[in-house]
Design a protein around this ligand. Structure first.
Ligand SMILES: Nc1ncnc2c1ncn2[C@@H]1O[C@H](COP(=O)(O)OP(=O)(O)OP(=O)(O)O)[C@@H](O)[C@H]1O
Length: 255
């Protein structure tokens, strides 16, 4: 299988501190990867590199076999990448225009724009809000809109920085279910930051574990409970995985 994204000998140094250090990281098409680790571990910094938004201090990045320099990515490559942030960045206009804008920039014919916008709003269950102003949406609706907008441009790779963390549990569960189905259908390569083991297990096959700026693991989610790292990392993982054990116990008790 070909490699979509390839990072070699990457470091990011900010204010004399190495905040990201990754020797080798490759992403194959179609993978859904969770980017995990404690606060300040370097997840967002790594995501920005992978999404070609920021330059590493040292190292080389290839995207589809082409060496890229994030500060100077050409438009064709940039448009293959979509990023969704935790706080949806909405234009102060209608829901329709928020989704249509990326397609307008790509000079997509009007008819195709309309079809695409309605298709994605429907996929995320918000087509009835098409004429509403984006700023009036609830948190859950806005998050649906921001992912629909990202998907509408048909990205080769999608990055999400804690997209579900601001949502209440039922809303989050519903969106996760819809999103999982959509990823299954589209096969979009996806990398997303999460603090939620349940979420990661539900959506991803693989995880990248960051700890104190270093990538300390890149492997299968299901193998994580059986791996051992340094004491600090083990302690983080033990605590990180505990809520799921509780949740499983509650679910069992209820059935
Ligand atoms: N522009 C910057 N200048 C200086 N330090 C920075 C800068 N950006 C990030 N850092 C530092 O780099 C480290 C990693 O930050 P980053 O936001 O990547 O971590 P994170 O794992 O995403 O954390 P969180 O889960 O809290 O969002 C932190 O110590 C942060 O303070």
């Amino acid at each position: 299988m070909k490699i979509m994204l390839d990072l070699q000998d990457i470091t990011v140094i900010k204010r004399n501190k190495k905040i990201v250090s990754v020797q080798e990281l490759t992403v194959k098409p179609g993978k859904v990867i969770g980017l995990i680790g404690p606060n300040g571990a370097g997840k967002s910094s790594l995501l920005k590199l992978m999404a070609l938004l920021e330059n590493p201090t040292t190292g080389i990045i290839h995207f589809n076999d082409l060496q890229v320099f994030p500060g100077k990515v050409n438009l064709t490559e940039r448009r293959k990448v979509s990023v969704v942030f935790q706080q949806p960045l909405m234009l102060d206009t209608t829901v329709y225009n928020n989704v249509a804008i990326g397609l307008k920039f790509r000079k997509t014919p009007k008819k195709v724009i309309k079809e695409t916008v309605f298709y994605w709003l429907k996929q995320f269950g918000i087509d009835h809000l098409v004429e509403d102003r984006a700023k009036n949406l609830s948190g859950g609706e806005a998050q649906r809109l921001s992912i629909a907008r990202a998907m509408a441009t048909n990205p080769e790779i999608l990055f999400l920085d804690e997209p579900f963390s601001a949502l209440d549990l039922p809303t989050r569960r519903k969106l996760l279910k819809d999103f999982q189905q959509i990823l299954k259908e589209t096969g979009t390569t996806t990398i997303f930051i999460s603090h939620d083991y349940h979420e990661v297990r539900y959506l991803c096959e693989d995880i990248i574990l960051m700890f104190e700026g270093k990538m300390v693991d890149y492997g299968k989610v299901e193998e994580l409970p059986f791996k051992r790292f340094t004491n600090d990392v083990n302690q983080f993982l033990d605590e990180w995985m505990t809520p799921l054990i509780d949740e499983d116990r509650i679910e069992k008790a209820m059935t």
